[in-house]
Ligand binder design. Structure first.
Ligand SMILES: [Fe+2]
Ligand SMILES: [Fe+2]
Length: 134
């Protein structure tokens, strides 16, 4: 399985946020490494506990930051986080099923969502911040 690197294109130029985004991508890589090493139970536990808690924390930090900078699309951004949280919870609720595809598909969905969210949706507030500094 291909491993993922935190590419420069995901950097928003906001130190704490970039650190957290890099942390998210590293954790997703971690889950993939565990799967590759056939540590399935560990991979599921890490996904369920460590990764999902980190995502929660990141959303809270990010929303507080957006509030601080007076981001006009904060409410919309919060809704997008809330929708993701719901689908993550749905994935977690099926995680213990015998069927491994549930976990793999869930992981792929989370990975795809995070990469798209950082690359597109989060990028919008970075652009707002940049413009407001000028
Ligand atoms: Fe983010
Ligand atoms: Fe976000």
């Amino acid at each position: 399985m291909q491993l993922f690197n935190f590419d420069n294109e995901f950097k928003l130029g906001i130190e704490q946020i970039d650190k957290e985004h890099a942390g998210l991508v590293n954790m997703l890589n971690e889950v993939h490494i565990l799967i590759r090493e056939n540590e399935k139970a560990k991979a599921r536990d890490f996904f369920r506990d460590t990764l999902s808690a980190f995502i929660e924390q990141h959303f809270a930090h990010e929303e507080a930051f957006l509030q601080d900078i007076g981001y006009p699309q904060l409410e919309e951004h919060k809704k997008i986080h809330a929708q993701f949280r719901q689908s993550m919870e749905a994935t977690l609720s099926h995680l213990d099923s015998e069927d491994d595809t549930v976990f793999r598909n869930g992981l792929t969905d989370v990975y795809t969502w995070i990469i798209n969210h950082i690359g597109k949706t989060d990028r919008k507030y970075a652009a707002y911040l940049e413009a407001s500094r000028k």
